[in-house]
Design a binder for this molecule. Sequence first.
Ligand code: CP
Length: 334
Amino acid sequence: MSGMSDTTEAQARQTNEESMLESIQHNHLLGLATYSRPEIELILSTARQFREVLDRPIKRVPTLRGVTVVNLFFEPSTRTRISFELAEKRLSADTVNFSASGSSVSKGETLKDTAQNIEAMKIDIVVVRHQSPGAPHFLTQCVDAAIINAGDGAHEHPTQALLDLLTMTDRLGPLDGKRVSIIGDISHSRVARSNIHGLKAMGAEVTLCGPRTMIPFGINEMGVRVTNRLDEALEGCDVAMALRIQLERQGSVLFPSLREYHETFGIKMHHLHRYQDLLVMHPGPVNRGVELASEVVDHERAVILSQVTNGVAVRMSVLYHIAGIKRNESTDGD
Ligand code: CP
């Protein structure tokens, strides 16, 4: 792993030997549903090493020199887009940014044609956010580049879940038996889906909580507990992960009012007083006064900005592992 210190490289080797895994077994990162615990642990341990790079005065290593990454964003984003771009720059990759607005998509060009035209300019990795579930899977059939899912509709947002797992393990250690409650609009949430896969793989117990209209039918088949009572979700819980109410994805209003939602499902200061060890997380962007009381957002037990910091290190790790696979493929010729 060029650019890391000798100690860091030694730690990386030791960790990899311990887990008996030196690389992930996937060409793409489409979701966490197909990623094993050792693969997730490898990504997190590499992210911890890259986090050291981010604390240096010169926050750049040559690891991905010569690799070209396009960030293909068909939906708005602040955190994911900026942290992918920073991760690519920190790894010395060449980076190209694409937004649907202002592109030829507005003239009717399809996703397939857009991707194939961009790939014709010699791209190695595509990071894609799209409103349609399955768009990253579809791209794997259209282009040879490695695909990283940066959020596809209500399907998956794997790098968000990985940065959430990193933030949780930093605070709690191994997640076996730890209790995590995901609260809010589960039906529309790719963050919830990826976190369920990741948390279950890491041995955590997951509870989902929200209005009945926002809990998908049959979700308990994923091995999660479901409740409509916030106190039941928070009692004995280590982490409360509040989800954004996604008004832009709702076909109809699924609860009477934002004020009532906050009263019933919003995490407020009295919850932090009652549940003294509870950590609060949120993927952002936060609707202050809806999912979380404004004072809770700013409380020291809300680790929302640590999640954002970890996002850069996790995305460096994902890019590193995905690019490694592509390099091995071209070297091995298979
Ligand atoms: N958490 C997250 O995906 O935020 P953005 O939409 O700002 O990227």
